[in-house]
Design a protein around this ligand. Structure first.
Ligand code: 5GP
Ligand code: MN
Length: 333
């Protein structure tokens, strides 16, 4: 087992420490929050003083997860959060491998005295951590956290931990359909259900919570869908006016990009979402097969992620961004 050495070092560090903070990436998703919350439950049960600090807010469909109400939002409670980071023996960074993904917390983490432990499944980790548990072959950080907790003290896994981990594995594997889903993933899922994760209820809490406005926004996105001439590529756009008209809230566009891939024969789907406030276009890429969207996003749109799912940004306006993207895709093919 290639990660056993790191797992054993993390076990020792946990035994030697008394306080820690756990940090997901900016705009945390189900896997980032699920892994942080599960590890937090575990460390609290191990007697550590532990807390999850999120760089910013997260979608309301995640605001039921066990322990979620105790998360510190760095944007809203920065003084308390900075203190916690300064005083922590251990700083866990989960579901990202480039410190800039922690957003405005980045500088505070850099100058802190605690040991930084990265636990992540993205490719090409950067060298910022004192200890790294990294495996791009695993479909979610939650599956890695399950393996870690199972290795250190499997008896501690209760229904809260199981629910958090189930959520992240489910969301990051596209409900167990992406190629990263293995028999190992299903073994872990079986264990989590045995430990009390209510699978059916969790699916409903994550996927059946659309607001009326969110469904209207999906309608707008689908109306804007464009297929590139004679190429198996889809582009979807949402500008600020369209978002405003549907009272856009964080998380409302989650999953929209996948609709492009539901068309037979399509190999790549991209959604461009305008943010006037940040002066950027946020981009999400999804692919099937050989198209490495992480490489494409990193090379052209300051982004990254996984082979079949990545994100990036553009500082140019929507029209220019879309044109640049189309030209790049035409020459890339
Ligand atoms: P999403 O499109 O859902 O925002 O992100 C898809 C995947 O790409 C996730 O694994 C996420 O962590 C990663 N990702 C999204 N945006 C960025 C970005 O701006 N930079 C990097 N390096 N990764 C990103
Ligand atoms: Mn993940």
């Amino acid at each position: 087992m290639k990660n056993k050495n790191s797992e054993s070092q993390i076990k020792t560090l946990i035994e030697e420490s008394s306080s820690c903070v756990i940090i997901p990436h900016k705009n945390p998703d189900g896997d980032a929050l699920g892994s942080c919350l599960a590890l937090n439950h575990f460390l609290l049960k191990k007697g550590l003083n532990s807390i999850v600090i999120s760089p910013n807010d997260y979608p309301s469909f995640l605001k039921w997860m066990p322990g979620e109400t105790k998360i510190l939002n760095f944007e809203k409670e920065s003084t308390k959060a900075v203190q916690k980071i300064e005083n922590a023996d251990l700083i866990f960074t989960l579901d990202f491998n480039d410190l800039s993904r922690s957003g405005i917390m980045c500088d505070n983490i850099k100058v802190a005295n605690g040991k930084i432990i990265m636990i992540d499944h993205h490719e090409k980790p950067k060298e910022y951590a004192d200890l790294k548990l990294s495996d791009p072959e695993i479909g979610s950080t939650c599956e890695m956290i399950y393996n870690l907790i199972n290795y250190i003290d499997s008896g501690i896994i209760n229904s809260d931990i199981a629910s958090c981990l189930y959520t992240g594995i489910m969301t990051d594997t596209g409900s167990f359909r992406f190629p990263s889903t293995t028999s190992g993933t299903h073994h872990v899922i079986a264990k989590l259900i045995e430990k009390g994760a209510n699978n059916s209820e969790i699916h409903q809490k994550i996927y059946d919570t659309f607001s009326f406005n969110r469904l209207k926004l999906l309608g707008v996105a689908l109306k804007n869908i464009q297929k590139l001439d004679s190429l198996p590529y889809i582009i979807i756009t949402l500008n600020q006016t369209e978002l405003d008209e549907c009272s856009f809230k964080k998380g409302d566009t989650e999953g929209f990009v996948n609709y492009g891939l539901s068309i037979k024969g399509i190999e790549l789907s991209v959604i461009l979402i305008e943010s006037k406030e940040d002066g950027i276009i946020k981009m999400s890429f999804r692919s099937k097969g050989d198209f490495s969207v992480n490489i494409f996003a990193e090379k052209y749109f300051c982004g990254g992620g996984h082979h079949n799912a990545a994100g990036g940004v553009s500082k140019e306006p929507m029209y220019e961004t879309k044109n640049r993207l189309i030209n790049l895709l035409k020459s890339f093919h």
